[in-house]
Design a protein around this ligand. Structure first.
Ligand SMILES: [Zn+2]
Length: 571
């Protein structure tokens, strides 16, 4: 007798409905699973048979054939064990055919019939709803995750016997109540706060600018200058995730089986910081089991690459395309898989292998050639995708000795970032694929980044003087647009443009380039062009000593690099 039970297979971060057909015929006892089963699915027959026997069901001595359709999708994981067991019970008339109608099942069986949690329940529930199923039955440990999907009755079972008794009507279960959602009280431990970091206002301002427009950023500076510490605080100043974004992120962690206990919906933006020994499959995804990589785990959040030059060259190369597209495409033997990866890339590096090249009052011990080789490891197309480059320096004594409570909290920056993002949402209200300034296409750039004569003249001068590429030209414009959004004015002015140009120091000759590094003070574009230091020209300078512009702080600290020693390796 033939029976059909519905389940689902995870494909990328979505699931497709799979029909589990179980056929029992007379013949020598035999159990076979067909329909492109992989690894754990092939083993499932052993567990299913044991679980059924240990629950007291007598299996008829017959040929059992299980087909997983459609046959052209690879079936991985152990989610098919519950549906296979139920299919066998229906074929052997322990269950009525109509009892299984309208359900989608998933669950792994232990030998004693206990149901174990599976990966990818959230995509499974979404697929169930889309395919018109009203009910899903999943292991109790996954129930919370499944109940994120509105409009589904979720039945949580912890034992095969419990499932059978519910389906036969012996002891019916109540569907799970929809969990707390979206309830801010279930969010995880609060992320670290900006106010924990003393000084370093220029890096904080740069991160605020990066967050406001979704720009990628590279920080270069000696160890102990706060690069890692500040990068970790970036998710706390990014705008809060909307429900749709949170659902996408949760799906990725559901597929990986890495949802933290007791939290059905991830509401904090992810921060991923892979070690530099990571493989390309670990970073973008793939491998024998086809899983999302670190890049996708940072979706809607921050991917932090510390010690950028230490990453293997091929690993950095595979990042380029996904960074541009916001998606990773993996070609498998017979199917293509896509994972989303809309991330903000934050990279950090030392100026040289010893860490003190061009650092005031410190001596670099590296031979010149090693410094060049070190820089050469990150130059090129990846740098082209970074909008802001920033030189950081050790904290000066004046900040270390400052009393506590002087620093602005993350909430301050987040409010400004959210205001800037609101302006961008309004700007791109008819261009749905674009969410922030960093994602503007060349056409959008021409439409939204018109500049007056003054800033245009500055941009032209910078392009000529520093021999910047066309790509750099576009990136400067986008950054200037973001700075104008952040400072709440419609037109890009000269301050915006000057600051955006200053954020492209990596394009200058001498920085990561072939000539010795010029002194930063001389390399400042605004100063040389306008003849005035940025501090006095900045409209907000002097109003609030804690709110200074990017370049200004750099200038101040450069002038007073008195006890600016390192606080030691590692932030
Ligand atoms: Zn050195």
């Amino acid at each position: 007798m033939l029976s059909r039970v519905r389940s689902g297979a995870v494909l990328g971060i979505d699931a497709v409905v799979v029909e589990v057909e179980v056929d029992m015929t007379l013949g020598l006892p035999y159990f076979n699973v067909v329909g492109l089963p992989e690894g754990a699915v092939k083993e499932s027959k052993v567990r299913v048979v044991s679980a059924l026997k240990n629950c007291g069901f007598d299996l008829p001595q017959k040929r059992i054939t299980v087909n997983l359709a459609p046959a052209d999708i690879r079936k991985e994981g152990a989610a098919f064990e519950l549906p296979i067991a139920l299919g066998i019970l229906e074929s052997s008339r322990h269950l009525e055919r109509q009892a299984l109608d309208g359900y989608l099942f998933g669950g792994e069986l232990a030998l004693d019939g206990v149901l174990k949690p599976i990966r990818g329940v959230l995509p499974l529930a979404v697929a169930a709803l889309r395919a018109g199923f009203g009910r899903v039955m999943v292991p109790a440990a996954n129930a919370e995750e499944a109940s994120l999907v509105e409009g589904l009755e979720v039945y949580a079972v912890s034992h095969l016997r419990e499932a059978v008794e519910h389906l036969t009507g012996l002891t019916p279960l109540e569907p799970c109540r929809r969990g707390a959602l979206p309830n801010p009280t279930v969010s995880g431990p609060s992320p670290p706060d900006m106010s924990d970091v003393r000084g370093q206002q220029d890096i904080k301002n740069a991160l605020e600018l990066a967050a406001a427009g979704g720009h990628n950023i590279l920080m270069c500076g000696p160890p102990g200058s706060g690069k890692t510490m500040l990068a970790r605080r970036l998710p706390g100043i990014l705008p809060r995730m909307v429900f749709q974004e949170a659902l996408e992120v949760t799906k990725i962690y559901s597929v990986l089986g890495q949802l933290p206990d007791g939290r059905s919906l991830l509401q904090d933006r992810p921060f991923r910081s892979p070690h530099h020994t990571i493989s390309d499959a670990g970073l973008v995804g793939g491998g024998p089991l086809t899983r999302p990589g670190e890049l996708s785990m940072a979706h809607h959040g921050v991917l932090f690459l510390d010690e950028l030059p230490e990453f293997r060259k091929n690993v950095l190369e595979v990042l380029r395309q996904p960074l541009e597209e916001g998606q990773v495409h993996l070609a498998r033997a017979n199917q293509n898989i896509t994972y989303p990866c809309r991330v903000m890339l934050v990279a950090a590096m030392n100026p040289c292998p010893c860490g003190f090249f061009n650092v005031p009052n410190r001596a670099c011990t590296c031979p010149e050639r090693r410094v060049r080789d070190y820089h050469a490891r990150v130059s090129g197309p990846l740098l082209d995708r970074i909008d802001i480059t920033l030189q950081t320096k050790p904290l000066s004594y004046r900040f270390l000795a400052a009393p506590e409570g002087q620093e602005l909290p993350s909430a301050h920056y987040r409010a400004r970032v959210e205001a800037a993002r609101a302006r961008q949402r309004h700007r791109f209200r008819f261009e749905l694929a674009t969410h922030c300034n960093a994602q503007m296409s060349p056409t959008q750039l021409r439409r939204h980044c018109k500049v007056d004569k003054g800033p245009a003249r500055m941009l032209r001068a910078a392009l000529e003087r520093f021999a910047l590429s066309a790509r750099a030209h576009d990136r400067i414009l986008k950054l200037a647009r973001t700075r104008a959004d952040l400072e709440d004015h419609a037109q890009i002015d000269e301050m915006d443009m000057g600051l955006a140009i200053d954020c492209r120091i990596m394009d200058r000759r001498g920085w990561l380039g072939d000539a010795p590094l010029p002194k930063r003070a001389e390399d400042r574009f605004l100063d040389t062009l306008m003849g005035t230091p940025i501090a006095s020209a900045h409209p907000t300078a002097g109003m609030d000593p804690r709110r200074v512009s990017l370049g200004e702080q750099r200038e101040q600290d450069f002038g007073e690099a008195e006890g600016g020693g390192s606080r030691g390796r590692g932030d």
